[in-house]
Design a protein around this ligand. Sequence first.
Ligand SMILES: [Zn+2]
Ligand SMILES: [Zn+2]
Length: 372
Amino acid sequence: MGKLRLRNNGFRTSKQERKLVSIREGQRKRYCEEDHHQDLASKSVHADHSYAVTSKRFVPDISNIVHEEVLDNDGNNLTPTDDWRVGRRVVELDVIADHLQQCKHCGLPLSLHNTINIKTYGLGSVLKVLCTNKSCGNINAIPTGKQHDHKIWDVNTKLALAAIDLGLGEHQINGLLSILNIPTVSHCMIDNRIREVGDVIESVADESMEEWTEKEKEMTRESDGNDNVTVSVDAAWQRRGSGRSYDSLTGHCSMIGLKTGKVINYKWRSKACRICQRAEISGNIPRVHKCNKNFTGSAKAMEPDMVVDMVKESRSKGANITAIIGDEDTTTIARLRAKVDPTIVKLSDSNHMKNPLEIVCMSSKQTFNSIT
Ligand SMILES: [Zn+2]
Ligand SMILES: [Zn+2]
């Protein structure tokens, strides 16, 4: 045990004192190094994301925050902002080039350097470009892309299509955009565009189903010599537990022709609608909308309901469905015989009878035949 000495900071042994000094020195060094690394990182981040401030030394410049507004004789705001220089945009070069070709007022070519403002609409934007001719002074609106049906940006519709195709939600889309430093999109915009695209996809699906129903009838006639169409039906739920828990709010079912192997009908059932739910919570009457709620029973009861609906519909359109291939569940065929036709035949699908684990084992056995 060392000798205790009275110092300015209290009683410490010389060993404790040395330890304290070395700890402080270490902390100071680490702090400086960290700051140095942060400085380097912040410089590279700042080059892309102007809002990124990762070091205390990197303070944003706010000296130009107050500036006077410049108005022209007609009261138009000509105060230039640098917003359009920040980050990235999705642009159609062809559209921009055509619009910059000439001023709408005097016909002189425009320059992107004279942009005084930018307005963003989802992924599209409109640049306000001042005419190079000082005596003209016209502010030209330059869109960054094409539009359709009363100013709906093509790029936003395409974004919605990509979201549906890739299964992306608003969070994923905005996550991707913010990393790319492209302005993020609003919930309302993406919702409206998804609805627009959804309607088109539905109409394309209807056309395709009509076409393949005819083909299925034709191929059945050629191979069997009659009009008795056999179809395979299978339902799936948004959520389905490993056991037999059916608590999903939505379910969908497709009907595939045996000869063509193509979908000739599909149906979906939903026990909930967001707009109705929101109105119920707030105690208001829901606004007029295309309601998604089309089912009130249990999730398990969706399958027979959808199959009956599909067989009835396809029969009314001329496809004489006389046999269905499905899983071992007997409710569906019982309901079909009671509600549509008592002579409908049920054929069992061997895939449905196999345990999923058995299927995995069989396929892995084929792939890795040395593993037993
Ligand atoms: Zn001009
Ligand atoms: Zn509703």
